[in-house]
Each structure stands twice: as C-alpha cells, then as structure tokens.
Design a protein around this ligand. Structure first.
Ligand code: NAD
Ligand code: ZN
Length: 360
C-alpha cells in the first residue's frame, strides 16, 4: 500500500483575537510580485465590524463574495483570476476570510493566478504545473477542515473535484475562534457535524492508522464536549474547541479517508445541489448499521440541539434521480475501498447504493 505523503500548512497562529496580527503576519510577503494583496471575504462580513479590521492598504483589492447561491465553481475562479491579472497583475498573495467555500476559493485562486488556462484543466491530483502565490486562510466557520486540507474543491461543467497538489495548502492560517461566534446555529451544527463524520469515517475503514486515529479521536472528544457534554452549546470556550476539532478532523481524514456518508453526500450535492455539510447530516442519520459507533451519538446531538432533518425525501425522487446520485457515489472508488475493502465490488453494487438513497 502506498502511504500518504501530505504537505501540511507552513505556519499556524491560534488564539482569540489573533486576527489583529494579520498585517504583521503578511508584511514580509508584501514585497513580492506587484506588492499588493487580494482579499477574498465572505459577503456576510460586508459592512460588519470585521470589514473595518482587515488591515488592508489602499493598493489592495477586496472582493466580498456571496457563497450562498452555489458552491465554488471553476468559472467563478477563472473570471476572478482574469479580472485580477488584468487590473493589477500578479499579487503578493491571497487572503481568504470565510467558511469552507471561501477557503476553497482562496486556495484555487492562488494556484490559478500562475497557471494558464481554465481551472477545469487542473481538477484532479497533481495536475497543477506551477506554484501559486502566497495564500493565507482565516476560517470563520468551523468543521469542513477546508482550512487544513490539500484540496480546493470546485464544481465544474463535468465534475465536482478539487485542485489537489502540494501547492494547494495554505502557507499560513490565522485561527481566531472569536470569528465563529456569529455563525447561525443551524450552520454551526451542520458544519460541526462534518468534522464529527470525517473522524468517524476515517476510523472505520481500511486506511485507518495510528496517525490518523490520534487526530480523529481528539477531534471526536472535542465534538462531544461541544455538542453533548455538560457545557454543550454556544460559548467562547466551545468555539475554541470546535476550531481545533475542525483542524484535527481534517488531518484525520487526510491521513485516512472518508467513507459511505461522504460518497452519498457527493451524490446529493452534485445532482440536487445540497450543501456539503447539510447533505452529510441528511445521509448520516440513516447509516446506523454501517457506522454503529458514531450513529447513536450523532442522533443524541441532533436531539439535544433540536435539529430537524428532512424525512421521506426519496418518495419525491424519480428513479432517474436516484440512479444519477448512486452513479456519482459509485465513482468515488477511494471511499468505497476504504469503507468496504478493495474487493468492495464483490460485496456491494449500484443497487445497494440506490437503496441507501431510498432510505432518505
Ligand atoms: P460556507 O463557506 O459555504 O458558508 C456557509 C454559510 O455561513 C454562508 O451563508 C456564509 O456566508 C456563512 N458564514 C460563514 N462564516 C460566518 C460567520 N462567522 N458568521 C455568520 N455567517 C457566516 O460553509 P462551510 O460549510 O464552511 O463550507 C462548505 C464548502 O466547503 C462547500 O463548498 C464544500 O464543498 C467545501 N468543502 C471543502 C473541503 C476541502 O477539503 N477543501 C472539505 C469539505 C467541504
Ligand atoms: Zn466533509
């Protein structure tokens, strides 16, 4: 078996209020290229106090991006790249401030500023030809692990697939738990559950190993404290923990693999445009027979936080829709390898996957 060899984040700052250190952190980088930074900021922060704390210089470009209409697309990245290069040339770096969507946009943009042609050409592993520009991430919602992962997931005309290579991970992270306090409670739950599910799936499959497990177990423990413990719920202390859980959950899956829930979730996202973290919750509630250990706890968390997930969705899905979603899932070979072993095709088939969608 080929053992995974991942490029990690170069530098990480963690702590309440560390966002204030942004300027001093990027100052040495400002002398590179055309000596200005591109800020990619979640539109939620436009006009909010954070927008007055960006520490930008007059020469910097700031883009506020609304991530709600759709997950990041190849077309969106190409357009942004062309516009930036045409107006000011190559920037010193890209600073992404927002959730998983903004993390992926910042990572992809950094790569596409130096690689010619459309980002669709580079969806996959190690297809990027040149190192991107410096990029710094400031997550404002925790759970996806996009802040730490080696991929920038983009939806293109053909596929939903990441730009994945050694130059994708951020050069620097500022992890400031103060920034996640304003996340709406439903997103706080769904996105937090993404990290919980990452760790459960990473532990339950053939790629599990002591390195991944150590990150996964710590992430699960933090999730339990945040969503189930005596002091569960929204608090500064729990925001600190959730931000670390997201990071560790991301590392857990990087060094192992996700499984059945994510395979189904990709089907829901690609065909019905369900958002990643919500789709995982919709699927995971029905996977008690596959993930015995995590499922009970997940259902307890749903109950404790009065989360209502939709039921009987499949009665409104046509056979074509179910087949299309199952086909998307079926093609995620690495996830099925992990969950059921390299001989998974002798154990399960497309019909089995269709039945998993029919449970929803
Ligand atoms: P998101 O970035 O899509 O944001 C969700 C919502 O929260 C948006 O409405 C946003 O405006 C809002 N928001 C963000 N921060 C906020 C704050 N501090 N206060 C109030 N509102 C805030 O959410 P997400 O769940 O973090 O990211 C989902 C995306 O991440 C998907 O596109 C998915 O494909 C991607 N993803 C990437 C990876 C990876 O490894 N690269 C892994 C998992 C998911
Ligand atoms: Zn996920």
């Amino acid at each position: 078996m080929l053992h995974k060899n991942f490029k990690n984040i170069d530098k990480v700052t963690f702590g309440r209020g560390c966002f204030a250190q942004l300027e001093e952190t990027v100052e040495p980088v400002r002398k590179l290229n055309n000596q200005y930074f591109v800020y990619i900021v979640d539109n939620y922060f436009k006009g909010k106090s954070l927008s007055n704390r960006l520490q930008n210089k007059p020469e910097d470009l700031i883009y506020y991006i609304d991530v709600d209409p759709h997950e990041p697309t190849t077309e969106q990245i190409d357009t942004l790249r062309d516009e930036i290069l045409a107006s000011k040339g190559l920037p010193s770096g890209v600073i992404g401030i927002g959730g998983g969507s903004i993390m992926d946009i910042a990572k992809a943009l950094s790569l596409m500023l130096t690689n010619e042609g459309s980002s669709t050409l580079y969806q996959g592993l190690n297809l990027i030809k040149k190192e991107g520009v410096y990029h710094l991430g400031v997550p404002t919602i925790s759970g996806t692990g996009a802040e730490v992962s080696m991929t920038a997931v983009l939806t293109g005309p053909q596929k939903k697939l990441g730009l994945k290579c050694d130059w994708t991970p951020f050069n620097q992270l500022l992890l400031d738990p103060e920034l996640i306090a304003s996340v709406p409670t439903d997103w706080w739950f769904y996105t937090g559950m993404d990290t919980y599910i990452h760790s459960i799936e990473a532990e339950n499959g053939m790629y599990n190993n002591a390195f991944s497990l150590a990150f996964g177990e710590q992430s699960l423990q933090l999730c339990r404290e945040v969503y189930l413990g005596d002091k569960a719920g929204r608090s500064a202390e729990n925001d600190d923990k959730l931000m670390v859980a997201s990071y560790m959950g991301g590392l857990s899956l990087s060094y192992s693999e996700v499984g059945v829930c994510h395979a189904l979730s990709y089907g829901l996202s690609k065909i019905l445009e369900y958002r990643h973290c919500y789709a995982n919750c919709v699927a995971f509630q029905h996977l008690g027979d596959i993930y015995k250990k995590g499922h009970g706890e997940f259902m307890d968390m749903i109950k404790k936080h009065n989360i209502i997930l939709p039921q009987n969705l499949s009665k409104d899905w046509s056979e074509e829709t179910i087949t299309a979603m199952a086909q998307v899932s079926y093609n995620l070979t690495h996830m099925w390898n992990h969950a059921f072993g390299l001989d998974w095709k002798s154990k399960i088939d497309l019909e089995y996957m269709k039945d998993l969608f029919r449970r929803m």
